[in-house]
Design a binder for this molecule. Structure first.
Ligand SMILES: [Mn+2]
Length: 214
């Protein structure tokens, strides 16, 4: 059986993504779950999206929506989200695509196809988390991409371990029932991009700097 690999919050850092993928050495048996925030802040959002779409040729891939893609999609019709998009790194994304319109011309279909979460017997992969007390199928998409402490400060009700991003920590943050793998890629120039890997019952991390077994 192949590995289950979670990667989140790439934020336009194309080189870190390529370096991380080289270290992981993808095989056709692997499955990668990309957990959102592909764009903004870093300089190469278009290249990041091209690369993760292209990876479908190498292994199975799932693509989830992050808060930045949520803001991008809503920015087309809602001025509030347009301001959010521009304020949180969208200017770099526009530069990467050549224009705001180009983002949708080139990758609109991809951004509109992103899923809210990916569920297996053992794991739930999701960008930010879940609102406590609400069944999975009734969760709000804005909670699933934006929630922070009110999710991760408390135990959740799901039997699966939740793998998430959105809130940066210096290293992968491990709770009994959840793991956050956003290590600040795109926000801080020296911050690594980190992958969560589940392989034959073992969980470990590989980052764009060094590899550490858990
Ligand atoms: Mn992010």
């Amino acid at each position: 059986m192949g590995r289950l690999i979670g990667i989140t919050d790439i934020h336009g850092e194309y080189e870190k993504l390529c370096f991380l993928l080289d270290k992981i050495k993808i095989t056709p048996q692997d499955k990668i779950i990309f957990m959102g925030d592909y764009i903004d802040r870093g300089k190469k959002s278009k290249q990041v999206v091209d690369k993760i779409i292209d990876l479908k040729k190498s292994c199975e891939c799932e693509y989830l929506i992050g808060s930045h893609e949520y803001a991008l999609l809503h920015s087309q019709t809602d001025d509030y989200y347009k301001q959010i998009f521009l304020h949180y790194g969208g200017v770099e994304t526009i530069e990467s695509y050549g224009s705001y319109e180009n983002i949708f011309k080139i990758h609109g279909k991809f951004f509109n196809s992103l899923k809210p979460y990916y569920l297996t017997d053992k794991y739930l992969f999701i960008h930010a988390g879940l609102r406590k007390g609400i069944p999975l199928e009734k969760q709000n998409l804005s909670d699933m991409v934006y929630i922070r402490n009110s999710f991760f400060d408390y135990p959740h009700d799901l039997k699966q371990k939740i793998i998430f991003g959105h809130t940066e920590f210096e290293q992968p943050r491990i709770w009994e029932d959840k793991i956050c793998i956003d290590t600040g890629c795109g926000k801080y120039s020296n911050a690594p991009l980190t992958a969560f890997i589940s392989e034959n019952g073992h969980e470990y991390f590989v980052d764009s700097q060094n590899s550490v077994a858990q």
